[in-house]
Design a protein around this ligand. Structure first.
Ligand SMILES: [Zn+2]
Length: 504
């Protein structure tokens, strides 16, 4: 059985979950569910990144123990994953003992291969970014991301020999052993890597424990704490019990895809890959980069008051419509916009009218013209070709991580089916040609069964409701269920409530 290991980035617990992380969770969930449906053995990881100076400072300002604060905030992210019906196999937290031990093992592996050296660092540091920042990156003396002046540090650090590994990182990307998707991100990271290569810049991978105590101690050096990115990135293997070279690690590493936001491309396609090379571990197969979400055309910000809260939207419209919007409206690989008008238009147009209406029309006609039972199997007519062609397109898009395009295929098929009904007018045929009506109904019911599979990664609950109504509960596409004519004659079709009740 092929395996599929997928990860999201781990969310930094310094703030409440926002819609961007909700989208990443839903995208990863869609891929994980798809791979389960086609029979792969899937491992799906998400979690929270809980270390760093910023966490400690926030806790201090709130008058809380840092651990208590991260526990509280991590719970919000776990709650979000459950709320969105995310099918993750594990939720890793970097403040856990197991993670720390795994991160230390990775550090030692890198150190054994001479991946580190100690040196004095002198320069500017932005606590907000948890990163050193150069003079030329500043705007009016301030970090452009955080609008705060950086702090000056002079201290002894362990440096990671990043520059030594960069030529190999570059080669792995160029040769496609490590796919960076979409393609324009590959160009972007190759440019960044070339820039780093020309500067021959290594990366500070530790901080003195007196300034950064909230983190993973460097093995055999109690005066140093790991740099947050070194700690955070290792979650992808510590979660698999890399520490003990455990079963999960043996089975699932390397990752099939790391799903990330565009702002952390350099860390994943640069640092992380170099770390793995230094530790002599296999490289992930792909890094897939998604964009950002704006709100009503503007960047989300607290001061504008336009921050979209995934809990709020989900409670108002339902989880499945929210999942659907994030997967179908936001381009999978690019920036997209959250707009209430657009959300409602998609809800009414695609979910209520196209999908909900098709299912209710066909089920009602089955009740009326076929005693509520699946009519005899019909393999004639062009509709089966249309469905099998849709499968081909849909699967190509799913394999290429283009979730939006796959969703559009499903809805094109639904439009086709609704039009098919309008053209065939079964109600007009019912008296004169009842066998013809039964044939049409069989086609439509079988099409709906296929659609319920296609929807499974996107709208898992809706898919389950439809399959339940058809008494077709298998959730595996292979070996038989992708064929045409699988729905059996005589099976009674259960009535279901409107899948997507119209909004008032
Ligand atoms: Zn900053």
């Amino acid at each position: 059985m092929p395996k599929f290991y997928i990860t999201t980035a781990i969310a930094y617990t310094n703030a409440n979950p926002h819609i961007g992380f909700a989208m990443e969770l839903v995208q990863a969930d869609c891929l994980a569910r798809y791979h389960r449906m086609i029979g792969d053995e899937v491992y799906f990881l998400t979690g929270t990144d809980e270390h760093g100076m910023k966490m400690a400072q926030t806790a201090q300002q709130a008058g809380m123990e840092t651990q208590a604060l991260v526990d509280k905030n991590a719970a919000r992210y776990q709650e979000l994953a459950e709320f969105l019906n995310i099918s993750n196999d594990q939720f890793i937290r970097t403040s856990s003992a197991a993670h720390k031990l795994g991160a230390q093992k990775l550090w030692k592996a890198i150190a054994t291969n001479d991946g580190f050296y100690k040196a004095i660092y002198e320069g500017l540091y932005c606590v907000g970014c948890e990163a050193y920042i150069t003079e030329k990156d500043l705007v009016d003396g301030k970090c452009p991301n955080h609008k705060k002046p950086p702090e000056f540090f002079k201290e002894e650090n362990y440096f990671f020999r990043y520059s030594k590994y960069l030529p190999e990182v570059k080669k792995a990307i160029e040769e496609g052993r490590l796919a960076i998707l979409p393609n324009f991100r590959k160009t972007e990271i190759l440019n960044l890597i070339e820039e780093s290569m020309s500067e021959k810049r290594d990366v500070s991978f530790s901080r003195p424990s007196k300034t950064l105590s909230w983190g993973v101690p460097v093995p055999d050096d109690e005066n140093q704490t790991m740099y947050v990115w070194c700690d955070a990135l290792s979650n992808y293997i510590t979660a698999l019990d890399y520490e003990h070279d455990g079963k999960l690690f043996k089975k699932f590493w390397p990752a099939d895809v790391h799903l990330i936001g565009k702002d952390i491309l350099r860390f994943h396609a640069g640092y992380w890959i170099a770390m793995l090379l230094a530790a002599k571990l296999p490289l992930p197969k792909a890094v897939y980069v998604h964009g950002y979400i704006t709100s009503e055309g503007q960047k989300m910000s607290k001061s504008l008051g336009n921050v979209v809260d995934p809990f709020e939207v989900g409670k108002k419209y339902g989880i499945e419509p929210l999942r659907y919007y994030l997967l179908r409206e936001i381009p999978t690989a690019d920036d997209g916009d959250f707009s209430v008008a657009r959300f409602e238009a998609i809800y009414d147009g695609e979910l209520a009218n196209n999908l909900g209406n098709l299912v209710s029309r066909v089920f009602t006609m089955t009740e009326k013209y076929s005693n509520g039972k699946v009519p005899s199997v019909s393999k004639e007519e062009h509709i089966s070709d249309k469905v099998l062609e849709t499968w081909k397109q849909y699967q190509t898009h799913m394999e290429n991580f283009n979730l939006k395009a796959a969703a559009e295929e499903i809805f094109a098929l639904l439009t086709f089916a609704n039009r098919y009904i309008d053209e065939k007018k079964p109600w007009a045929l019912a008296k004169k040609e009842p066998t013809e009506v039964l044939k049409i109904l069989y086609h439509l019911l079988e099409l709906i069964r296929h659609v319920s599979f296609m929807l499974m990664p996107f709208l898992p609950e809706t898919s389950a409701k439809i399959r339940e109504a058809l008494h077709f509960e298998s959730a595996k596409l292979y070996p038989d269920n992708i064929a045409w004519g699988v729905l059996k004659e005589g099976v009674s079709v259960k009535k279901i409530e409107a899948l997507f009740p119209r909004q008032d």
